[in-house]
Design a protein around this ligand. Sequence first.
Ligand code: AMP
Ligand code: MG
Length: 527
Amino acid sequence: MNRIILSSEMEKLSSKTFKNEFVNAFDGDREDNMRPRQTPGFLYARAVPTPVKKPVLLAWSEELAAQLGIQDPDSEDVNIIGGNTISASMFPYAACYAGHQFGNWAGQLGDGRAITLGEWEVTAELSYEFQLKGAGPTPYSRRGDGRAVLRSSIREYLMSEAMFYLGVPTTRALSLVGTGDQVMRDMFYDGRAAYEPGAIVMRVAPSFLRFGNFEMLAARQELENLQKLTDWTINKFFPEIKGENRIIPWFKTIVAQTAALMTSWIRVGFVHGVMNTDNMSILGLTIDYGPFSFLDAYDPDFTPNTTDLPGRRYAFGRQHTIAYWNLGCLASALAPLLDNTDELVAALEDYRDIYYAKYYAMMADKIGLDQLREEDKPLIDLFEQTLTTVQPDMTIFYQLLIDLPLDLDNEVALNTYFKPALYAALNTEQSTALYQLMITYLQRIKNNTSSAENRLERMRANNPRFILRNYLLHQAIEGMEKGDDTLFEALKTAMRTPYSREHDQFFTLRPEWASEQPGSSTLSCSS
Ligand code: AMP
Ligand code: MG
């Protein structure tokens, strides 16, 4: 996506000829009604956006638009990104997929409130699926209304863009439109439903295909469709995989991409919150932003999702294991296409080694080791253990680590140095743990063979200084609901350079008031 597109080449959203390769490649349910239904035999169902009262453009991603070659939107374009009209070349549809939710088979799910309008071609090899989220019911809406509220749309819009600038693979967001309609939601799942402003995000990705698209076809024993979807996906998104038996090398690539995604999430302290198999991208992207959060205090058991609280299945420290479980579901779905599954099982079992290789390499960069040696692994494990014991603010801790004076070698001084990252004073056990970690670390750092500047550069490039904390999002949402976009705009600016020191007005601990407040620490799936 690095091609520079001249402004004279920019195209207008509503005049562009969209491609519909997915729709043309597969059978779909083309009945023009939104009656909730099962769609066996089909990979999608036609779903036209339901018009809204008064679409108002609230945000537009200039940089993404420039990369895709899209002109600034006029009122005609806003009608499209607000779900009020479609252009002649678009074939709007909802994809049919299934999934495992919280470990249980859920059967057909499908895009209940996402509608793909078409594929925007950048070059012959590169196109992007344009998908509205919140544009009204589809045949997969079940009992839902197909809508999204402003609160959750702001979260997805800002966070997916923030993840992009952090260097984490992700779907992106082109626009945020207020619909002028009110949407009823029971935000706390406690019977106090209330109206909230509605909104629509235009999401963009090469593909929104999920593990669940493949699981659906396998569960229905539609092996011809399954083979066809697999071939199509490999041809289009993994063209480097060639030859007779492509499924194994393809699955290996997905294993590696998914392991890389987990490593990225851990690097920046991201918790997805709903790692169901229908929320796992076949391209290894972060997808479907719901009750996510960054870690404030370092706690591997932290889950932001109130629905996940009893089991903490999707807690921060479990995400890499859940990814493996989810890959197992994908492998099961692909198994019927193979005569012998030994290689598939072996590829799945390689996940652990692949993940840990990536994880240790990432941690070595994060803590500034010149190279990863086998004997460094216990040190990295000690970081993980000590952070869990001390529970400092993850982001601030690593920022302080960058600037750590190398002669700081006594317990009291170290304790004082890391104080800005602490939510509570350290007890003796915590203080000793931190001291022992730092003594071991400082010794190791002094053995670096590369320059100090090289170490600092690597640490600065791998440790974000600005993260979109949930309480900031919460405050930005409160502002936007009152028509004040000051904080929203400030966050939108800051998130574009998250590794710089330019946004230190946000470089503080999560305030005390936010620690228990719903929306600032925990979230429901109601969105
Ligand atoms: P999620 O937990 O957001 O990944 O959603 C799980 C499933 O519920 C997907 O099939 C969604 O399309 C569907 N869904 C979520 N919210 C709504 C809604 N408001 N209306 C219709 N379908 C929804
Ligand atoms: Mg989902």
